[in-house]
Design a protein around this ligand. Structure first.
Ligand code: ARG
Ligand code: ZN
Length: 415
């Protein structure tokens, strides 16, 4: 037993696994300029991890700011908060306890499950088995490799047709730590395949259209959140000249690139990259969508958390030409979602609904000509944040299904 413990410690040290014992997540409510300045200072000088928004660049008066404070900085942060009179609450008392508490779904460990957070290797095996089990509805397309040479496989769902079909593209897992997102893409594929032939909407959708699903966009980052640091957000690309790793893939698209709500500091969690599409994962997806732009009618990208349904623009405050229609469809989707368990979503353009942030995939796809371009921010609103317990995967995916199907039905009707 003692030996085992020692082994455990050595293995942890070797793997350089980050732990979050005693860390807390705060929700701060800046109401004065000095509060905003204080938050920016906290990010700069102390190693605080911005949960929402993604970086202090995006902090303004009147937006809620969720930050993880490492245990060793709690005393100083408490003092600073009291001195500045900033309203705040504690969302998570002990982050490591929340990390350990995610796996609350029981059942057999380590096999692929739709109600668990699967490792990349389980997702990869699942991609292969689900496609070989459903050859008439699924095909696999490798759209390129990640920085660390993992294949990015898109599942193409749809009934084979002799003519070219219009399509919907959906990706999950742009940000590594948002684990509920890849869980949703897997759920969507399962539901689509198991309800084809019985659910009339799904049947007609897959008869008339194809749905391209990229289950994990940022695979390297996702692997890293399982092996080393649960809170990793970015890609894992390296460049000589900086010791910091990765860029934010959702700041790296060519849409007002790096003008707003993004950082040019390679060490920031919202680093926009060295140039648009510098991240190979972003380039692979952008190339695929460009190549298929004549058939892709909708672009859906799944993130967490905040319970929002966002659409362009985020890189500017100006409204999209299709604003009214995008808003109507979003509100319909949100009310379909709410009908199941009462979960409330807010809909609107990114810049005013969450925060301005340039270089996002939704804006890029929209400006390319994909009119129905939406970003989902799934559950919750901060109780668990990125550490949503596995017991919430099923209800979250079920309700999100209704929203996605609402959008898909609208797109299909308006082809
Ligand atoms: N939480 C997402 C992010 O920070 C929101 C994305 C909204 N869209 C956008 N183009 N910024 O990436
Ligand atoms: Zn995200």
């Amino acid at each position: 037993m003692k030996l085992l413990l020692i082994f455990g410690f050595v293995a942890l040290a070797l793997a350089d696994v980050s732990r979050f014992v005693g860390d807390k997540v705060f929700r701060l409510k800046p109401r004065l300029d000095k509060h905003v300045t204080l938050i920016k200072e906290l990010e700069k000088n102390i190693n605080v991890d911005m949960w929402s928004p993604g970086s202090s660049e995006q902090v303004t008066i009147d937006i809620d700011v969720d930050i993880r404070v490492p245990a060793m900085y709690l005393d100083i942060v408490f003092t600073m908060l009291d001195q500045s009179d900033m309203e705040h609450e504690i969302l998570i008392e002990d982050v490591q306890a929340a990390v350990d508490g995610q796996a609350d779904s029981g059942g057999s460990p380590r096999a692929h499950s739709y109600t668990k957070y699967n490792t990349w290797s389980d997702v990869q095996n699942w991609i292969n088995s689900i496609s070989s089990a459903n050859p008439s509805l699924v095909s696999k397309l490798v759209i390129g490799n990640t920085f660390e040479a993992r294949p990015m496989t898109v599942l193409k769902l749809g009934k084979a047709s002799s003519s070219t079909k219009p399509a919907i593209f959906m990706d999950c897992g742009i940000h590594a730590r948002e684990w509920i997102s890849p869980a949703f893409c897997q759920w969507f594929v399962k539901e689509a395949l198991s309800t084809y032939g019985s659910d009339s909407q799904m049947t007609s959708l897959l008869d008339e259209m194809d749905v391209f699903v990229l289950p994990v966009f940022n695979i390297d980052g996702y692997v890293y959140t399982h092996t080393n640091n649960r809170m990793w957000r970015k890609t894992r690309s390296k460049k000589s000249g900086s010791s910091c790793i990765g860029a934010d893939p959702n700041r790296n698209f060519d849409a007002g690139w790096c003008t707003l709500g993004a950082s040019s500091n390679p060490c920031s969690d919202t680093f926009c990259g060295y140039n648009p599409e510098s991240e190979i994962e972003v380039k692979n997806v952008a190339d695929f969508i460009r190549r298929n732009k004549s058939i892709i009618k909708a672009y859906l990208t799944i993130h967490s958390y905040s319970q929002l349904l966002l659409f362009p623009y985020s890189y500017k405050y100006g409204l999209a030409a299709d604003h009214t229609e995008l808003m109507t469809v979003a509100q319909g989707a949100a009310s379909a979602l709410q009908s199941l368990y009462g979960t409330r979503y807010t809909s609107g353009p990114g810049a005013t609904t969450i925060y301005p942030a340039a270089g996002g995939s939704d804006d890029w796809a929209y400006d390319l000509g994909v009119k129905y371009s939406y970003t989902f921010e799934l559950r919750d609103t901060g109780r668990y944040g990125f550490l949503l317990p596995e017991s919430q995967i099923k209800p979250t995916c079920e309700e999100t299904m209704l929203a996605v199907k609402h959008i898909a039905a609208y797109v299909q009707k308006n082809l």
